[in-house]
Design a binder for this molecule. Structure first.
Ligand code: GUN
Length: 285
């Protein structure tokens, strides 16, 4: 068996076209969706991600503001900046690129962003809503994975989803999101015993561990859907957390790296920003 490729780039392209239509419609009503991105320090991977986010905003017609702060920024300075953006009527979404320098508490910063502008979906209020199945902003990578599965008509209800990785950004929320879609969800992580025994029972296997080619064919059930969230640089090449060449011979669907989950993450950031801007329309009625 050679797996079908879940082409995130293509799915994202089609979704971004729909988003552009929504942006144009809002603009006709005098609403220009606005996203503020804060980058603290000079981490080169973060700089690359932020640039991609800005470019995507530009293409979609979303007003984007980049706030670059030095590595030495204090927690208080960043909190003050967020408060200013919370009050700024032209800004619908606020994103603080992670990771942050060690002198700044990530939790304090994420909690400061008003939940109505939390387009990353990381505020405890939005995470809480996700857990109890209420409407709120959904974190972009999990949301992108769900949309990708939907676009490819992968059946989720009743399926066994195994998530490898338990980060607050991807692992935990993606499991929760798919639980809400009536999947049976198992979480695995670095301390899990007999990892392959568990992953090989997955109908849908989601891997977000940040270890290059970590999941081999022996860890995957024949016909499984494999979602690779990893982006690792190996000898100037980008590779995922899944050994693509081995696993594609076992899986029914697989996401490539690059061109899989990555473009979907940015697309859902645009979607969340437009959703936030749409609420301005409701207020002005
Ligand atoms: N760092 C890595 N991924 C993300 C993300 O999705 N959002 C933010 N804010 N920072 C990140």
């Amino acid at each position: 068996m050679t797996a079908k490729i879940l082409n995130g780039k293509e799915i994202a392209k089609s979704k971004r076209a729909d988003i552009k239509v929504k942006v144009d419609s809002l603009k006709k009503k005098g609403i220009i969706p606005g996203l503020a991105v804060i980058l603290v320090g000079e981490d080169s991977a973060s700089q690359t991600y932020v640039r991609s986010k800005q470019k995507a905003c530009q293409t979609a017609g979303i007003h984007s503001v980049l706030i670059e702060l030095p590595e030495s920024t204090s927690e208080q300075q960043l909190l003050t900046e967020i408060e200013r953006l919370n009050q700024d009527q032209s800004i619908d979404g606020i994103l603080v690129q992670l990771p942050l320098p060690t002198q700044i508490s990530e939790y304090a910063i994420l909690e400061k962003i008003t939940p109505h502008k939390d387009v990353d979906g990381f505020h405890p209020s939005n995470i809480g809503k996700l857990v109890i199945g209420e409407r709120g902003f959904i974190p972009c990578t999990p949301y992108g994975i769900l949309e990708m599965l939907r676009a490819s008509e992968v059946h989720i209800e009743g399926k066994h989803v195994v998530v490898v990785g338990r980060s607050n950004i991807v692992g935990k929320p993606v499991g929760q999101l798919l639980l809400n879609e009536h999947a049976t969800v198992t979480y695995c992580h670095s301390k899990t015993e007999n990892l392959e025994m568990i992953t090989s029972q997955a109908d849908i296997l989601i891997v977000a561990v940040g270890r290059a080619r970590f999941i081999k064919a022996t860890a995957v059930k024949k016909g499984a859907v494999v979602i690779d969230v990893g982006i690792n640089r190996v000898q100037e090449q980008l590779v995922g957390d899944v050994d693509f060449h081995e696993v594609k011979e076992v899986a029914s669907y697989i996401t490539p790296v690059p061109g899989g989950v990555g473009p979907m993450t940015i697309t859902m950031l645009l979607e969340n920003t437009v959703q936030s801007a749409s609420r301005r329309e409701l207020w002005s009625c």
